[in-house]
Design a protein around this ligand. Structure first.
Ligand code: NAD
Length: 349
């Protein structure tokens, strides 16, 4: 969609309230399914994208990251933080916003909240990966870590993979209680559990989504049997992992973008040459996903810029003709493009 001059003065902005209204208007499961389709379509044209590991600024308590990419027509980036200590202060562990711009003019086309959108796109990506990797007929998922991302993960696996039962575990029972309450009425059988082992009973899919800025061992080697799919979400920073190294050595590992995942993912525990499969290759039909029923497949998710780009483009499309955005006056628009100072002077009156 080329920009018309009349469209360039204002930039649509989607606030947190407007994102909630849009998602509730469309239905959360529909949005998750639409996002998975949008992300899958972009993974299929992987070569079209500029790719670079995200730019991370680490501190002792967290990380602030910029995640850019472009397909040559549009450019996008997300600003996102990860601060596991924040929840203790009543703040989100992860908060984000993002921007889409027109490559031809460099003008922004959309500014959006991305805290909710990150939870939605992460869940959609997880379920999209599991559709190619999880054992056939897996309908029970262990959900370990019942914080901000967890309900989105559960609902994405329901909408996209046919999961009908989720077994919840968190070191904080209040988080499990919150997750169980939020999922009530969504058509899932929800089973709160009192240990990680208990949550994994009968589960063909295991999602780990905990937050801790250190090497943690949410899953030990003896907890994981043959024939499961592990969706590892929480290990996404240098020094921040969730799985015992021995599990990685027994698994077929699938990643988003190896140069970023080698720095941030579970595979930071492995040799740089350890083989991994890029998820886009499975989606494009170039590499097999799950090959047999006894294999352990592992999606070592860290979150990649292309997923945010797909999500922003989806939102740009979804808000057209709706009231779920505000036009922001964030671009100077002098009558004569070279008379920026004159515009300022005229504003002085
Ligand atoms: P959150 O702080 O809201 O929730 C984390 C939960 O993990 C908390 O309820 C906490 O009690 C629980 N927890 C901590 N240690 C545990 C343990 N040993 N066993 C069981 N539960 C434990 O965080 P969130 O927003 O839900 O994010 C969860 C993780 O996912 C974070 O590490 C975040 O960085 C990561 N994340 C990854 C992606 C991605 O694309 N891969 C995207 C978003 C978030």
């Amino acid at each position: 969609m080329p920009l018309q001059p009349s469209e360039t003065a204002f930039v649509p902005f989607v606030s947190v309230q407007q994102m909630m209204d849009l998602v509730n208007h469309l239905g959360v499961e529909r949005v998750l399914a639409d996002l998975a389709a949008a992300i899958e379509a972009d993974f299929r044209r992987w070569d079209a994208f500029d790719k670079v590991p995200r730019l991370a600024s680490h501190s002792e308590v967290g990380v602030i990251e910029l995640m850019p990419t472009s397909d040559g027509e549009m450019y996008g980036f997300k600003y996102v933080n990860g601060h596991p200590k924040n929840t203790g202060q009543g703040l989100q562990t992860v908060s984000a916003f993002g921007l889409l711009a027109d490559v031809d003019t460099g003008y922004p086309r959309l500014l959006s909240e991305m805290t909710l959108l990150t939870a939605l796109r992460t869940a959609a990506t997880s379920a999209m990966a599991a559709r190619h990797l999880a054992p056939a007929g897996a309908t029970t998922m262990a959900m370990i870590g019942n914080g901000a991302q967890s309900e989105f993960q559960c609902l994405a696996f329901k909408a996209i993979c046919g999961v009908d039962t989720v077994r919840l575990y968190d070191i904080d029972p209040a988080a499990t209680g919150k997750c169980a309450r939020n999922l009530a009425g969504h058509g899932l059988t929800v089973v709160p559990c009192s240990s990680g082992e208990e949550s994994m009973e009968g589960a063909g899919i295991i999602t780990t989504c905990t937050a801790d800025k250190q090497y943690a061992t949410i899953l030990t080697d003896n907890m994981v049997g043959a024939g499961v799919h592990i969706n590892a979400i929480g290990g996404d920073c240098p020094g921040k992992t969730e799985l015992a190294r021995e599990i990685l050595l027994r698994s077929e590992i699938f990643v988003e973008y190896p140069p970023q995942t080698r720095i941030e993912g579970e595979i930071q525990q492995l040799d740089e040459t350890h083989p991994v499969t890029e998820l886009w290759q499975v989606i494009a039909g170039q590499r097999p996903g799950r090959r047999d029923a006894r294999q352990i497949t592992l999606f070592d998710s860290v979150g990649f810029a292309v997923e945010d780009f797909s999500a922003l483009r989806y939102i740009l499309g979804a808000i057209q003709g709706t009231g779920f955005y505000t036009n922001l006056d964030m671009l100077a628009d002098p009558d004569d493009p070279r008379d920026l100072f004159g515009m300022l002077a005229r504003a002085a009156g």
